[in-house]
Write a protein that binds this ligand. Sequence first.
Ligand SMILES: [Zn+2]
Length: 445
Amino acid sequence: MAVRLQFLTQHPDEIALAMRYWAMDEEGAFLERVAELVPFRDVIQSGQIARQVREYCLAFDENQCCYLCDGPIRVSGRADAKKIFQKSSFPCESCEDELRRQKAEKQALEQAEISKRLAYKNERNASATLCYGELSDEAVILLLALDALLGQKLASGTFTISDCDDLSPIGGKLFIDRLLQEGVLLDDPIAAKPGTYFIKEGELWWYISGIQYFLPPDADLGRGPAALRHLEEHVFTDSEALTDLWLDYALADVMRYFDDQCDVYQHELEDDAVEKVRAILRHALRTYSIAELWSLVWMAIKHAASVANMRYFNRAKAAASIPNKIRQLVEQADKKEGIKHSWNRPDHHVAGSLGMVFLSLFGIDENVPGKAVIEMFGRMGRQAEATGSQHMQSLAQSFLQCALEAPDSWKAIGLLAEKIRSGMATDEAILEFLLEQKRAEIPVS
Ligand SMILES: [Zn+2]
């Protein structure tokens, strides 16, 4: 017998049944069919015999050895027994226990490492503060849009990426990433769904869907709706950043329509073709409105659908022609009289809370030509510069006047020079100089 039995019973009938079940000739063929072993007591179905035999003995197949330790391999029924000697493809029971123990140990070590890193992350993030008054133009617009979308969750709680789905027509990730890069949003590992963070090749990784983000408090005002209201007083001056954010938003709005239409006409574009389309449209958004580009995109996609069935053409070729068609239509519009049509916003395609913030702050939406948007942001930047230079001019005049009127003008110039040498900006140095002069004028009582 190539199967060694270790009995768990002393009852002769039960031992006899196990021996008959496993009895085989030298070539490994079983001597009796299982059907011949029934009835045995109340077992009348042959299918139940193997289970009965397993209760009476452990069976080790001598034609197999563990691939790890060469030890015996336990088999549970006739189908598992081999006719020719071979190494098993799975470990023996004791090796399996050992592997399980090693795996549990590794998991425990990993868990300890994750906990250690998250404790550090938590300590760092929980104590972080921002100065809401010094946030960039881009951050303020995005936070106002998140405020409209999330309310209390932004002001004093935490939120997930899926909470931000209606931030823009293509969801929130693109814009949330910008806030994360600026350090305006942080993640709260304590609030995250269990299993969100894991270790891979020694590094801490995470599943974005499980992350809980939060807005750190203002250093003076803390967290809450009252602190957020201060964002509404922000003065926008960075025309380049405003243009860049608008173009990203507008491109998202056009690409959402583009993706939906490709889906309707079953065009599948390669990644580099989509990249090409994005580049052409982002540039075109400097001139045309979102709604005009919707109509242009529709023409290109419709054209591809109509040529797909033509001779020498197929769907893949037709889809690949879309980027060039879009470029051609934009060039035609540039040379002639622009884009003739503009589409209305499709019903199921929202502008998102970011779109609504652009509308309420600057009065721009899908119908405003890109050229007008960029000119407006340019004007805002120039105005801010002019206000800045007026401010500098009056500072300079105040300093000069003060220095001329001082009993020792030479000393006054020396004091200012000293401040600048110590690392202060010129306007800062003048402001401090003027403040010191004012204090010196107040008589000590
Ligand atoms: Zn083994």
